[in-house]
Design a protein around this ligand. Structure first.
Ligand code: FES
Length: 152
């Protein structure tokens, strides 16, 4: 199997059967991420542990295969991680999808399937949508917020 096909399979699998999809009733923060270019949206709910790490993270919403798979893979990767680890992963993922010279960090694991979006600016927005939401959740700490892929 070609590596591109393998990547496609992982993305399709996660978009069809997203992991950590659903409500998180006792969430500390709820962030609505919105891509106005297509109308896709993701609602990310986060619960923190006493040290500010991600105790639990879930999402709902609807979107293209890339945004859904990115959210699914992201929640798997970030759950139970410390704040520092989450920040590190955020930077690594951003580099992965935007920096042509970036040699995908091994720490990203399956998230490396997203590397293919680099050449497509619109797709980079899809892949980054859930990550913008989690970044906002960390910044915010509590309550509700909205983020967008487009500058306001
Ligand atoms: Fe809308 Fe990907 S096309 S988030």
């Amino acid at each position: 199997m070609e590596i591109e096909e393998l990547y496609q399979e992982v993305i399709l699998d996660h978009s069809r059967r997203p992991r950590n999809f659903g409500e998180l009733p006792d969430a500390a923060v709820l962030v609505h991420g919105d891509n106005p270019a297509c109308g896709d949206e993701i609602h990310l709910a986060v619960k923190f542990d006493p040290d500010g790490g991600l105790e639990d993270i879930k999402f709902t919403g609807h979107g293209c295969a890339i945004s859904q798979a990115s959210a699914s893979l992201m929640t798997m990767k970030l759950k139970k991680k410390s704040r520092e680890e989450v920040m590190g992963m955020l930077r690594a993922f951003h580099d992965l999808v935007t920096d042509e010279t970036n040699d995908a960090s091994k720490a990203l694991g399956d998230l490396r399937v997203m590397q293919g979006v680099r050449k497509f600016p619109q797709r980079v927005k899809c892949a980054m949508l859930p990550w913008r939401a989690v970044e906002q959740a960390l910044e915010q700490g509590a309550g509700e917020a909205t983020v967008s892929t487009e500058p306001s």
